[in-house]
Design a protein around this ligand. Structure first.
Ligand code: C5P
Length: 218
């Protein structure tokens, strides 16, 4: 077991479950660096779209993934519905996942610890993370959250379209052969359907504080 001073926190869950907001909040509370690993897949997707590369072409997409640098990613260009859809397509390719694996490990193992959020952090990227959270909410609630976010940015997507997109992406993420989206066996489950952002953050803090106290005693 690593030192409790180098705490690694893995936050996985479904799209628009609140895991990103929760992770950012925890990172602020704990003074830890945070990586939204979905941005890596989104940046790969955007690079495919920009270069006219077919997202079904695993090797070409992996070539673009290898060239990525975390510091060069521009979240505002990546958090669109179109890029998200293509991201879930490039994410099924083993060579793309391999290309992004080490970037994520290096971030997790930086001195002082880190928080990473994604789909497979607790199961594949950091199975040895000190704290694993699985964040989920029902599909209508998740769709309403994402629609409000995208409408505010001028994207006219409707609730029904978003529910359909979420279902399609959940299915693709859950059923892919490599690193499918699923809770780690030792993950703490957090259902945010009826929780405010602050309440979810407080629950997560309780879990982290408990793990820290246990680590300090061992
Ligand atoms: O979380 P976000 O919607 O930004 O992720 C975009 C896509 O990237 C997901 O639908 C999923 O297919 C993929 N992804 C993944 N593993 C991660 C993070 C994201 O496969 N750790």
């Amino acid at each position: 077991m690593r030192s409790s001073e180098d705490l690694i926190i893995a936050v996985d869950g479904t799209l628009a479950s609140g895991k990103g907001t929760l992770s950012k909040g925890l990172a602020t509370d704990l003074g830890l660096p945070h990586l939204d690993t979905g941005l890596l897949y989104r940046a790969t997707a955007k690079a495919c779209l920009d270069a006219g590369v077919d997202p079904e072409d695993a090797e070409a997409a992996a070539g673009l993934a290898k060239a990525l640098k975390i510091d060069d990613m521009k979240p505002e260009d990546l958090r669109t519905a179109e890029v998200g859809q293509v991201a879930s397509k490039v994410a099924v390719h083993p060579p793309v996942r391999e290309a992004l694996f080490q970037l994520q490990r290096d971030f997790a193992y930086q001195r002082g610890g880190a928080i990473l959020d994604g789909r497979d952090i607790g199961t594949v990227v950091c199975p040895e993370a000190h704290v694993k959270l699985w964040v989920d909410a029902d599909v209508e609630t998740r769709a309403a959250r994402r629609v409000a976010e995208l409408n505010a940015k001028g994207d006219p997507i409707t609730q029904d379209e978003m529910v359909a997109q979420l279902r399609e992406r959940d299915e693709r993420d859950k059923n892919r052969a490599i690193a499918p989206m699923k809770p780690a066996e030792d993950a703490h489950l957090l259902d945010t359907t009826h929780l405010s952002i602050d309440a979810a953050r407080a629950k997560a803090r309780q879990i982290v504080d408990q793990v820290r106290a246990d680590l300090a005693r061992s």
